[in-house]
Design a protein around this ligand. Structure first.
Ligand code: PBG
Ligand code: ZN
Length: 325
């Protein structure tokens, strides 16, 4: 019988030693909280497909943003449900739409909180696609100027960063040029660089009323089978001027996160998307998993894979749990 003389368990003997040798740390400062802003006043209405998250009117979005900031969360990502939809998605750049109003109010009241806006058309178009249609096809180049307008309207409202999620080719450059031409060269672009055509977006589309009315998003979002293509998408967005690159979804794509982290120098964000959240919520509601432990372990895994920032619907809870632990 040979006795081991190398014993990894020596460094697991006590909480103090385990803390000393821990390689990855999860902090509230790593988290970004998504907000869904709706028309009206005093609306705080739980979203059925995202239990624990709410549709918020502008005034309530401010209160939730305050709560996030108080918990040490440095940024919110703002989505909107508009008052009207049309085939161009023109409410996306309307200065009176919920996103623009919320950004204005939050930046006025909590200037230290970083406000990021999702730039896309799918919540605003009557057909639910992320770009302008020509026949049944999403026309890439016609969409670019509209995305520039959307980003500009967010910058004018005071957004610190814009996050294009449409997956059109050339959108980062188009947005950068639109911003710079109007003096917003300090507004950063967090690009959804490697965004996959994923079934994990289901609960979000219900929450944002943004499901495509026909077809799917496979002609613009990426094939889940591809990782070399993800690196090419990221490289292109960096060349076009992205400041932060994002991989989305997170959980089934942590290998992509690792490769992107190892291949580029820019900060990397991951989006812990709605389907990932909803699965945990459903299992926890059945008593099948311990929500707190599952969430902290999952978010830690995303950091360990190489993400500096995690967009997550669990941000408020996770920040609270991290304060307690
Ligand atoms: C809009 C957008 C989507 C998400 C973020 N921005 C949905 C989609 O592309 O259909 C998904 C977020 C989530 O599932 O949590 N383009
Ligand atoms: Zn979209």
């Amino acid at each position: 019988m040979s006795r081991p003389f190398i014993r990894p368990r020596r460094l697991r003997r006590s909480p103090t030693i385990r803390n000393m040798v821990r390689e990855t740390e999860l902090n509230a400062a790593d988290l970004i909280y998504p907000l869904f802003v709706v028309p009206g006043e005093n609306v705080q209405c739980e979203i059925p497909s995202l239990p624990g998250s709410c549709h918020l009117s502008v005034d309530m979005a401010l209160e939730v943003a305050r709560e996030a900031y108080g918990l040490g969360i440095p940024a919110v990502l703002v989505f909107g449900l508009p008052e009207y939809k049309d085939d161009q998605g023109s409410s996306a750049w309307d200065p009176a739409s919920p996103v623009q109003k919320a950004v204005r109010l939050i930046k006025k009241e909590i200037p230290e909180l970083t406000v990021i806006t999702d730039v896309c058309l799918c919540q605003y178009t009557s057909h639910g696609h992320c770009g302008l249609l020509r026949g049944q096809n999403v026309d890439n180049d016609l969409t670019l100027s509209l995305l520039g307008r959307v980003a500009l309207s967010h910058a004018e409202a005071g957004a610190d960063m814009v996050a294009p999620s449409d997956m059109m080719d050339g959108r980062v450059r188009a947005i950068r040029e639109a911003l710079d031409s109007r003096g917003y060269e300090q507004v950063a672009i967090m690009s959804y660089a490697a965004k996959y055509a994923s079934a994990y977006y289901g609960p979000f589309r219900e929450a944002a009323d943004s499901a495509p009315q026909f077809g799917d998003r496979k002609t613009y979002q990426m094939d889940p089978a591809n990782v070399r293509e993800a690196l090419r998408e990221v490289a292109l967005d960096i060349e076009e001027g992205a400041d932060i690159i994002m991989v989305k979804p997170a959980l089934a794509y942590l290998d992509v996160v690792r490769q992107v982290r190892d291949s580029f120098d820019l900060p990397v964000a991951v989006y812990n998307v709605s389907g990932e959240y909803a699965m945990v919520k459903a299992a926890a509601a059945n008593g099948w998993v311990d929500e707190r432990q599952i969430v902290l372990e999952t978010l830690l895994g995303m950091k360990r894979a190489g993400a500096e920032m995690i967009i997550t619907y669990h941000a408020l809870d996770a920040a609270r749990w991290l304060q307690e632990s």
